[in-house]
Design a protein around this ligand. Structure first.
Ligand code: ADP
Ligand code: ASP
Ligand code: MG
Length: 436
């Protein structure tokens, strides 16, 4: 059984929604994961922010604008009055819920309820549309099987255990529709898998049902060899290993949610990145293997903070790095890059929630320097220890740009450079023209 995920632009208009059946074969047993209609989650974020700041009037205005958009949407989606009526009921239900929140105490719990409405709307409308055109389908509520634990980690066993009976119950059905992004947390409240999380949903379901393949359908023909939003002339990469794809996703290639590769990797489920606008394009196939001896792609991750801890006693001082890492562990802050010398260690973080506390504790270990507005440039390829020349090619291409940190050899397929964010565009373009 395959899992097909369609992103926001792929369901971004009634016309696009109708065209999904050019790709989905209703005769094949499969699970289709849908994102919210493009723009909706951003609108829901704004509505939640208005409520959080106590501006109920602004929230009401934003809700009315979004509801208008959906009213236009369903007029184009449905042809028959009885289905248009059903579409109206769906919209009324979700928008009444948004409006009703004005009467409650507004906390992060209500915020997450708001954010969930986008995927609930898109899947229910699509389900009603399929009914109108006579294609049988089953709407699977993601909130019944998608769960995260106290550390926000999805629980694949829970998913398997709860989705299987739903699939078995409808053994005569082929087409299952469900929501990306949304889940329940350890308190049973509605929560989500972070922005872009529908990719993660697809991979998790793929893992949970041991799917034969996960397909991520989006608005571009696969993982490109550089960020197409910044660099002209980028090209799709035909094959990537799970490790390579994971590095690219984590270090900024927006086409994939940062964590979405891991569940598929764990159960060796091939992932294809495909283009809804050009379904025949080859796209990118992500599996256990990939082409050797190549630089594959470049990605960039902004919002990075570099921390340097200098200690005159680090020389021969065992236990120093442990004490440094323990500080980050206490504040549940993960480290992205790290470089060390005999007298100092530099590392980077992207979550600065506890920066003040972390610096205060690190100050006890040595002198601390902070650099904000940094960007990690990640070059991904096959650079095993026996290979030579790759690092030189990368550094030659960026010799006119100041480099704050370099990390190479951490894995066989990543070389990372830390630069000022203001140099990002230049470094991406320069690497592109010299490496590809
Ligand atoms: P969806 O809504 O389908 O999830 P996203 O907007 O999340 O789509 O991801 C697709 C977008 O990712 C592309 O339109 C492209 O602009 C961006 N992107 C960033 N880096 C890359 C890359 N290396 N390869 C392909 N797309 C990329
Ligand atoms: N709708 C969510 C978002 O915009 C999840 C997704 O599209 O993957 O982040
Ligand atoms: Mg996405």
């Amino acid at each position: 059984m395959k899992v097909l995920k369609f992103g926001g632009t792929s369901v971004g208009s009634p016309e696009r929604m109708k065209k999904l059946l050019d790709i989905i074969d209703p005769a094949e047993r499969q699970i289709v994961v849908l994102s919210a209609v493009s723009g909706t989650t951003n609108n829901l974020v704004e509505i939640a922010q208005a409520y959080l700041s106590g501006d109920k009037k602004k929230a009401a205005t934003l809700i009315a604008i979004l509801k208008d958009k959906y009213q236009v949407f369903i007029k184009e989606l449905f042809a028959k009055p009885e289905y248009l009526e059903q579409g109206k009921e769906v919209i009324d239900y979700h928008f009444n819920l948004l409006t009703g929140l004005a009467n409650d105490l507004f906390t992060s719990i209500e915020e997450k309820v708001i954010l969930a409405q986008g995927e609930l709307l898109s899947t229910t409308l699509y389900y009603v549309y399929l009914k109108e055109i006579g294609v049988p389908s089953v709407l699977l509520p993601a909130l019944d099987f998608m769960k995260i634990d106290e550390d926000n980690e999805p629980i694949v066993d829970y998913l398997t255990h709860h989705i299987k009976p739903l699939l078995d119950k409808h053994s005569n059905n082929n087409l299952f529709i469900t929501q990306g992004y949304i889940c329940r947390n350890s308190f049973g409240e509605i929560d989500n898998l972070r922005r872009g999380g529908s990719d993660y949903t697809a991979s998790l379901i793929g893992a949970g049902i041991r799917s034969e393949e996960v397909q991520i359908w989006t608005d571009i023909d696969g993982m490109h060899n550089n960020d197409p939003r910044i660099v002209k002339g980028t090209k799709p990469v035909a094959r990537l290993s799970f490790d390579e794809a994971a590095e690219l996703a984590y270090f900024g290639a927006k086409i994939l949610h940062p964590q979405s590769v891991f569940p598929a990797q764990k159960y060796k489920i091939p992932v294809r990145l495909l283009n809804t606008m050009d379904p025949k394009a080859e796209g990118t196939l992500i599996t256990n293997t990939s082409e050797k001896d190549q630089i594959k792609s470049i990605a960039a991750k902004d919002g990075i903070t570099a921390i340097k801890i200098q200690s005159s006693r680090m020389l021969l001082a065992h236990g120093f790095l442990r004490r440094v890492f323990e500080v980050f562990e206490r504040y549940k802050t993960s480290i992205d890059m790290i470089t060390t010398s005999e007298v100092a260690v530099s590392l980077t973080i992207d979550d600065t929630t506890y920066l003040t506390e972390i610096v205060e504790e690190l100050n006890r270990l040595g002198s601390v320097e902070i650099d904000q507005n940094q960007t990690i440039i990640c070059v991904v390829g096959d650079f095993g220890a026996e290979k030579h020349g790759y690092a030189a090619r990368v550094l030659e291409a960026v010799k006119h740009i100041p480099i704050r940190m370099i990390s190479y050899g951490g894995s066989d397929h990543n070389m990372s450079l830390l630069v000022q964010t203001t140099d990002k565009v230049e470094i991406l373009r320069s690497l592109h023209s010299r490496l590809f």
